[in-house]
Design a protein around this ligand. Structure first.
Ligand code: ATP
Ligand code: MG
Length: 364
């Protein structure tokens, strides 16, 4: 069986270091590993519209921002298909058919949707499109028969929902010859990367919460954000013992620091464990730790920022890449949709057996 990657992001803002450690960094490694037959990367504009109905311009503007972030991080259109969700109308058809396989109460139980409804203050006025987006996400994952979906931890309930749809579809419509492929989520092994917190210490760095370090931030912006980050409210004096739990600066170090960084920037410590030990014992100030984090982030982000600026010199070419990618994705979606329709017995004009049988019935 082919090994196929599908993943994506909502164009609700530029991408941030949470996206980077949660999914983007991994995607680039997988793309370059040569182990996958195809890689599809989707800009989920239609999904972004489900909770940004009154701000289509925001979504429109951010499509190119996300595409630039992709290219800057090393996603390569020669190896990966970069495409825009709304351009693949087959996804709507798949979603419509998958809706028959999911109950309202199942959607209501989805913890990510519950959480997001709360976050957006939707309460009783949830748009139906938003409520049902886990179903449309199943269409996104299955249209290309994805086997592997590299995502952050918050997406696990979505993959679970997709798996249920795949199993139900295959068992009802294609029991002998499965049409849809069961996808596996690939979440980061490191806890810090599964759900990177915001610079304000909130549970998740998120475009919608304004607590992000963006991949495109300037060196000064990164420094300012790092230096004002949330640490340990009980660590008032340098000599006080510090706490690591909920200390965002240390969480970011978990996600980014390697031993070689200590050699370069803080040679009195061999690695992060030694730094942590000193911090918890007392005698290590937040400023020193923040300066280390700043150095590490600058080192990681500078090449990304520079590549982004290079790609931004030819914006028409970026649209061209997305257009070509969308055409490729559409071909795959068309193929899967026709298999789905055949399995569901709604392929009337292609089914010669059906036409023959009906004619025989009426010629008797
Ligand atoms: P929005 O607030 O509009 O939902 P978002 O910042 O949550 O935006 P998405 O486009 O929903 O970003 O998510 C894209 C991918 O990045 C998903 O795989 C998601 O799991 C991952 N991701 C997003 N935020 C984080 C984070 N803070 N830590 C790790 N992974 C993340
Ligand atoms: Mg999100």
């Amino acid at each position: 069986m082919s090994k196929i990657i599908l993943t994506g992001d909502r164009p609700t803002g530029r991408l941030h270091i949470g996206h980077y450690v949660g999914s983007l960094r991994r995607r680039v490694e997988l793309q370059n590993s040569g182990e996958y037959d195809k890689t599809y990367i989707m800009i989920a504009d239609a999904q972004a519209l489900t909770d940004n109905i009154d701000d289509p311009e925001k979504v429109r503007q951010n499509v190119i921002e996300v595409a630039l972030d992709y290219l800057a991080c090393g996603l390569d259109p020669a190896k990966s298909t970069l495409f825009i969700q709304s351009q693949i109308s087959e996804l709507c058809e798949l979603t419509f058919y998958y809706m028959d396989l999911v109950t309202v109460s199942r959607l209501q139980r989805n913890p990510t949707v519950k959480n997001e409804i709360q976050l957006r203050n939707f309460e009783a006025s949830i748009p139906v499109g938003f409520f049902t987006y886990p179903i449309s996400q199943a269409a996104d994952i299955t249209f290309c028969k994805a086997t592997t979906v590299p995502v952050g931890e918050d997406q696990l309930p979505m993959i679970e929902q997709t798996k249920e749809i795949v199993h139900k579809f295959n068992s009802i419509y294609a029991p002998d010859d499965p049409v849809l492929v069961d996808p596996q989520a690939l979440i980061p092994e490191d806890d810090a990367c599964k759900r990177l917190p915001g610079t304000d210490g909130k549970a998740k760095m998120s475009k919608s919460l304004g607590n992000c370090i963006y991949l495109a931030d300037t060196a000064d912006e990164v420094r300012t954000k790092v230096m004002s980050m949330y640490t340990d409210p009980l660590h008032l004096q340098v000599s006080d013992p510090g706490h690591l739990e909920g200390n965002t600066v240390f969480t970011y170090l978990e996600a980014f620091a390697k031993d070689e960084h200590f050699e370069r920037y803080l040679p009195e410590y061999a690695n992060l464990d030694e730094l942590k030990a000193h911090y918890t014992k007392g005698g290590l100030g937040d400023v020193k730790v923040k300066k280390l984090l700043n150095n590490i982030l600058q080192e990681e982000l500078e090449p990304i920022r520079n590549r982004r600026a290079e790609f931004a010199k030819d914006i028409p070419e970026i649209y061209n890449i997305l257009k070509k990618g969308s055409e490729t994705a559409r071909e795959a979606a068309g193929q899967t949709l026709s298999e789905v329709k055949r399995a569901m017995k709604i392929d009337y004009f292609e089914d010669m057996e059906l036409i023959k049988a009906q004619s025989e019935k009426y010629s008797k």
